[in-house]
Ligand binder design. Sequence first.
Ligand code: HEM
Length: 535
Amino acid sequence: HAETSPADLIGSGGELHQVSGGSHPQMTTNQGVVIADDENSLRANPRGPTLLEDVSLLEKLQHFNHERIPERVVHARGAAAHGYFELTDSLAEFSKAKVLTEVGVRTPLFTRFSTVAGNAGSADTARDVRGFAVKLYTSEGNWDLVGNNIPVFFIQDAIKFPDLIHAAKQEPDRGFPQAQTAHDTFWDWASLTPESTHMLMWIMSDRTIPRSFRMMEGFGVHSFRLINHAGASTYVKFHWRPALGSQAVVWDEALKISGGDPDFHRRDLWDSIEQGAFPKWELGVQLFDEAFADSFDFDILDSTKLIPEELVPLRVIGHMVLDRNPDNYFSETEQVAFCTTHVIPGIDFTNDPLLQGRNQSYLDTQLSRLGGPNFAQLPINAPRCPMRNFQRDGHMQMGTPKGRVSYSPSSLSPTTERQDPVNGFVSFPAQESGDKMRVRSETFADHYSQARQFFFSQTEPEQNHIVSAFIFELSKVETEAVRTMMLSRLVNVDEMLAKRIAEGLGHDAPLVAAPTKFAARTDLATSPMLSMLAK
Ligand code: HEM
């Protein structure tokens, strides 16, 4: 046996553990026993039955049989890269987070881009939202900014997320389609969910057929809070802006590329980094206070709304550069676990009901996707600052802390109780009052103004693309009533827009505006539109 080099070892809990790979010249079993023959299994005679005694065959096949883990329930297809964030403008006035106040410091990070609805083997250029998730390994713990390439979302309340995804993913009986495009279930759900209208306008725009991951914006979507040393809170929206500008392909190109090279985006990201053309984004923030939040036409807790940059300009505070491809797709891109709850002192949540639901979802799904509670020990997920707590045991535990004490307080181990109420994470003490009830605030009720604003903010060719995209998608919907309902929603955005799409579909029935109320169920019960459809 050659000597094990340090490259073969990973450290955890003070112990070193060997993993496969590195510099060992010979093949071994997982127990380190050198394998004599990897070409032939052990047989009772050259033409006889294979023997159960062949432990190297069994180990090899058994390991292979368990190579797959569940793919992500959404955002299954992705590509990622390592890089860094460098702050150029301190936010010390607003936040105590070092990553937002220490100018010039480079914070290592890992960024994963993804499609949402397609499964792991789907095509890169499907029309879909793109995930834009960044894990920053800050000196105060991991901060994950788990965003998308569109600044708003389909729904206002996390309770609707499974419905959205069930409607968009492959249908339960037939297993297709895999992308959020052109099928009755998605458009059925969307047409009955007025709050999705603003997002639908973005989805039908060129934003959802990006030319490259390097040419996409990223958005944290929700309003978050920044908290400064004095404990004061400022609202913040996070934006990533690509140095190469936002660029898209056109739909015909997207279709051809999907057939010709389904790996188009991941190959582009990989190749550009290999060639030293490192992708770069500026990090911009929109900062605003309670007074602005109260004066804004929409609710800043509503993720179907954005805050126009004309009202709150973007302040650029630093940049992200991606300069290293992963060594191993599975260990890094597949096993990375982003989580909206990963925030650090100086950054906090708001009451956005979508964000609150996400805060439950990510860890929960990762417990099953990554096989139990110890996935934070995987090198791609582990913080790169000191860490210590008394969690122990569980599947795949790699830590081996010594001693008897795994609890607090303890007199047997005097160092166990160190907590830090000043520098540790303290939730912002927001005041809450009112009646506990299942109801959505009236401040979330306007679903059309920003949808309209978005459409008319586009250039004429871009508007034409939106119209064509609606015509293409809705032309694939087999159920006439679904198409009619969707057109009636679009009348509320703009009558001319709805007419153009109706014409493209050959839909000559008169267009009726759908009720503008936001609760789909109430809508259904009272809708003259629906009773008309029922006839
Ligand atoms: C991934 C849930 C809304 C961005 C995921 C995953 C779940 C999930 C379960 C899979 C995580 C994993 O297996 O590691 C939800 C729920 C939402 C929601 C319940 C709403 C209630 C959003 C929104 C955004 C977003 C609004 C963007 C702002 C992402 C991204 C990923 C992801 C980027 C992929 C992360 C990666 O690359 O590994 N989401 N999501 N999600 N979600 Fe959400």
